[in-house]
Design a protein around this ligand. Structure first.
Ligand SMILES: NC(=O)c1ccc[n+]([C@@H]2O[C@H](COP(=O)([O-])OP(=O)(O)OC[C@H]3O[C@@H](n4cnc5c(N)ncnc54)[C@H](OP(=O)(O)O)[C@@H]3O)[C@@H](O)[C@H]2O)c1
Length: 345
């Protein structure tokens, strides 16, 4: 199986390309910048293809799967997915942007017809939380409410900050009665032990608000992350001003700034930092809680995306739109390095 990695010379793309090469996967390196794409291709001993996302369909000859690492994904997924549907090429990405998940879920039938798998979210967003959601659903099949969360204090890349800024003016999101609804930023708060003691946590508009519904069918979903009470209060007060981030030139300017300021975690941080994932499902009478401790988010992303490609190579690429846990199963996350297992309460 040949996989084309688009956005290959970005911080995360390059780590994935190197890992895929080390695992013996057949990779083509791709991106819009010719010099950077060819430079990386030479470094890893792979072929290079240089093209803009709009021209993708002309560059997927002999390619079985496209792994999109070019974020913000709201700006790249559409032409790449169109090209994958046209050329019957599997599509994977490492997005955490719930608009992208929702848009791809709507292409389910077309993907099934084309015989391809659409698998967004094959990174830290959303593999561990999605697999935990599937695991909780297996423990309590009639659950009606699901709360997920992660505690992952880690350095971030410029691309990650640019992707967060892309959606920063959108406010909060939760799922209620099956529908994604707008709520104020950090609208719900509670104390959660993600795995290293109680922390004050607030709701965030995370990808699982979309994906956990497709994995479990549970219609009420919230996602939490730790935030000190004072910061949460400040965020709520300043939320109306965040609308300014929706203004194109301001947003683009801050995104360019972010790319220069944030380098991503160092090799040492990627090797030593840990992340803590928590989930709770309830049917109103019974509540189950599970946790998962994982490697640093970028390390997990590289492992998860590469392992997903290996699973596709083994023939596990179910047609249609899929979340990680629905494409494989909730134990998929346990195949990744340095994860011991679900801890159930
Ligand atoms: N799932 C997860 O947990 C997870 C983990 C890591 C990263 N991510 C996401 O992955 C994305 C990339 O992160 P990163 O750290 O690799 O960022 P990065 O270093 O900024 O790399 C981004 C890459 O995407 C390309 N790109 C961006 N916009 C493009 C466009 N419109 N057309 C063509 N290419 C485009 C860039 O090329 P140019 O330099 O030519 O613009 C670059 O190659 C971000 O959205 C980030 O949030 C997710």
């Amino acid at each position: 199986m040949t996989t084309l990695v688009y956005g290959a010379y970005g911080y995360t793309g390059e780590l994935i390309v190197e890992e895929a090469r080390d695992r013996g996967l057949d990779i083509v390196v791709a991106g819009r910048n010719g010099t950077k794409t060819r430079g990386l291709a030479t470094m890893v001993g792979a072929d290079a293809r240089v093209f803009d996302t709009d021209d993708a369909a002309d560059h997927l000859d002999g390619v079985d799967a496209l792994l999109n690492c070019a974020g913000p994904f709201a700006r790249t997924y559409e032409p790449l997915v169109e090209a994958c549907l046209d050329t019957e090429t599997h599509y994977l990405d490492i997005t955490g942007e719930f608009e992208v998940f929702e848009a791809l879920a709507e292409r389910d039938r077309e993907a099934e017809k084309a015989g391809i798998c659409l698998l967004p979210g094959a990174g830290f967003d959303v593999v561990p939380t999605d697999c935990l959601a599937g695991h909780l659903h297996e423990r309590l099949p009639d659950a009606t409410e699901l709360r997920l969360g992660f505690d992952a204090l880690s350095a971030v890349s410029g691309g990650t900050v640019a992707s967060a800024l892309e959606h920063a003016s959108g406010g909060g999101k939760v799922r209620r009665d099956g529908r994604i609804v707008d709520v104020p930023v950090a609208s719900a708060e509670r104390t959660i032990d993600f795995g290293r003691g109680p922390r004050h946590a607030v709701t965030i508009p995370w990808g699982d608000v979309s994906t956990a519904y497709y994995t479990t069918g549970i219609e009420n979903i919230e996602v939490y992350t730790p935030m000190p009470e004072g910061v949460a209060r400040l965020l709520r007060v300043t939320a109306p001003a965040m609308g300014v981030l929706g203004v194109g030139p301001i947003k683009r300017g801050l995104q360019a700034l972010a790319r220069g300021l944030f380098d991503g975690p160092t090799e040492q941080q990627r090797g030593s930092d840990r992340a803590y994932v928590w989930g709770e499902a309830t049917n109103g009478e019974e509540t189950v809680v599970s946790r998962l401790e994982t490697p640093e988010p970028y390390t997990l992303t590289v492992d998860a995306a590469t392992t997903a490609l290996s699973r596709f190579e083994d023939g596990t690429a179910p047609p249609g739109y899929h979340t990680p846990a629905s494409a494989f199963d909730p134990n998929f996350v346990l195949e990744l390095d340095d994860i011991e297992g679900f801890v159930d309460e």
